[in-house]
Design a protein around this ligand. Sequence first.
Ligand code: NAD
Length: 446
Amino acid sequence: MTTTPAPTAATSTVDAPAVVARLRAVFTSGRTKPLAWRQAQLAALRSLLTEQTEALQQALHADLGKSAAEAYRTEIGFTLNELDHTVAHLEEWLRPRPAAVPEFFRPAEARVVRDPLGVVLVIAPWNYPLQLALAPLVGALAAGNAAVLKPSELAPATSAAIARLLPRYLDPEAVAVVEGAVPETTALLEQRFDHIFYTGNGAVGRIVMAAAARHLTPVTLELGGKSPVVVEPDADLAVTAQRIVRGKFLNAGQTCVAPDYVLAVGGSATALEQHLADAVRDLYGEDPAASAEYGRIVNERHFDRLAALLGDGRTVIGGAHDRAGRYIAPTVLADVSPEAPVMREEIFGPILPVVAVPDLDAAIAFINERDKPLALYAFTESERTKQRLTEETSSGALTFGLPVSHLAMPELPFGGVGESGMGRYHGEYSIDTFSHTKAVVDKPLG
Ligand code: NAD
């Protein structure tokens, strides 16, 4: 039997020790610490996004068939919002915060300051290949770090655009882009970083964490999983269906916080299915393959994985697929058994199973028996139900009435819990992630 050898750093095309040593020398020189340098980097990143919008839209279309409007909304514009929020508040976030001094120590002053960590590594995935590379970078630079960015090789056009454009706008001695696949990432992970920020799947998340452990490097793991939607019979099912469909089929379902499956409570399933089918037709027309707004599956491996799930349950709408075009129609499956393959792993594609459950207790038990999700969504008019879901379940985020929206609110932390990840970012939470929060005490000698 022949086996493929595991990738090693030796087969990598990047001189990872040299890249990190160069950035570390720049960080040690103190260049990245002043507020002025940080603001200049953020301004330069803003110029990149506004001057190169079209080139970035083309790259995102080449990789994922994203329309120009969707690419702007979910990647370029999204990152600009994150950036502008950070620029507007950075000075205030970096201000030392006074802390109370107990009577016993007085007179003395105590304060909390945020120190940059040093050289950080950002590893990005392919599904929002621009946003998930640049939004963490905004935090890393705003916090005063040097950074290595490793874009995803599965979105090659976007990876190439990032590698080409970033050095033209940002301080090339403090920010390095390393393109490549497993050998390059493996070579990077052998180096000592001061923080590693990884977005992607949990299997690689474990590799990242094990590599980080060798240097005692802290990690943020932005992972995925199955994010459920609870639909109560008291909800307006037409509105509910429209909002589920918008969140689910964005980027052809390849969104970490996409609704993964629906738990239809107390007999709501039958009516909901029809509303979901109507909402798909409203959004993408009778032939979604012809809709400019509907994306494609990233590659054939993911296409084959998803096509194998199309046989589960009863198809309410969709099911059509075309391997050559990497197209899978927006698909709703009903009467899906909790044991069906489509219910075992994160779907990460345009397939929405509906599972009927008798009541809220059963829905809560269903959620709590499984891995803690990155997001939990619910549609209900009942404050009591909202309170129960808030108190009796654990998830990265909880949203009533509008799936996926929390991601675009920069004052909210974004991150998972348990199998969906650890750590959080966006806005001030990014500054926390990429800083050391240091205690300072100053007691007069007199
Ligand atoms: P991916 O295949 O692009 O991998 C992500 C990164 O890991 C890439 O840069 C890749 O080079 C690197 N990598 C892959 N294998 C590696 C290995 N063996 N050793 C070292 N590095 C390796 O992306 P993916 O993992 O397929 O992304 C999809 C997953 O990411 C889904 O589970 C999704 O839910 C999750 N995700 C989470 C978030 C979030 O913010 N929480 C966002 C997007 C995606």
